[in-house]
Design a protein around this ligand. Sequence first.
Ligand code: C2E
Ligand code: MG
Ligand code: MG
Ligand code: MG
Length: 289
Amino acid sequence: RAKTDGRGCWRAFDATMAEALRRRRRLEADLRDALAHGQRGLSLVYQPQFCLNLNRIIGYEALVRWTHPELGPISPCDFIPVAEEAGLITALGQWILSRALETAATWPTHLTLAVNLSPVQIFEGDLTRHVQQELIRTGFRPQRLELEVTEGVLIENTDRALHILRQLKGLGVRIAMDDFGTGFSSLSYLQTFPFDVIKIDRSFVEGLTSSPDRKMHKHGIPAEAIVRAVIGMAHAIHVPVIAEGVETQDQLDLLRDMGADAVQGYLIGRPQAYCLSEASPVLLAAGQR
Ligand code: C2E
Ligand code: MG
Ligand code: MG
Ligand code: MG
């Protein structure tokens, strides 16, 4: 049996509690160790975001990777929660932002960079000051940086979260709502904060197909109806929509018809560690397909 953890991550529940706890403690100790030793085993990969109006890649989302010395690759769905609970997410998140900005500073200047923020990271330390410092240090134009938060950030401490998000926006960076539709009161959150981008969660895109046996979303509503409604609502408040997890040409065509602004997913490109300044001519050509 498997269960989603609210961030689109699926977890196996075949391990016993004791086993799970042991693994968690081990990951925590080894992650602490990695952070203390120059981020050993940690790296970033970048996934392209493709604009359907311009027909080209407009930017990349940074995604963290961890290769454990003995266990091999560990999913961020497994180690981000560990980092959050162990008080390591601020150190990890600061490193991710710094490294991503350093890399993106070498890209052609029309490309944007998206970086994920953990809800825990938002309330720990002085995030705004760190973002500002790193923008200055790397010379990266704030308008090219997009910070992705999930609606979970607005569930508790709403006022404090809004204050911090406004501070961040004040720097000139954009704020994206990630995994839209998977939380509890998605619609009301759109009223509380002026998000610059809405990312439709992969679970909705998954059900999009032009074949007659179209899939229902888990709520029993055709995925297409939900996606169409989200796009309509976002556009009514002048917020662009990017669809996550696009894997087939069918899905891309449907999303284009429905008016989605951009897409991200394996069809366009998997997250990769390439040095973009060298690979960009190829990537930009791929965007012209
Ligand atoms: P997310 O931010 O919603 O990222 C999208 C996830 O979907 C990524 O998984 C990406 O590799 C995957 N994906 C992209 N396109 C497709 C597709 O077409 N099909 C399928 N099946 N999957 C696709 P990943 O890298 O394993 O990350 C999972 C989650 O872990 C992220 O969800 C995010 O919540 C978190 N995460 C990843 N990197 C970071 C980070 O640097 N900082 C923080 N705080 N969280 C991160
Ligand atoms: Mg997700
Ligand atoms: Mg994201
Ligand atoms: Mg997402």
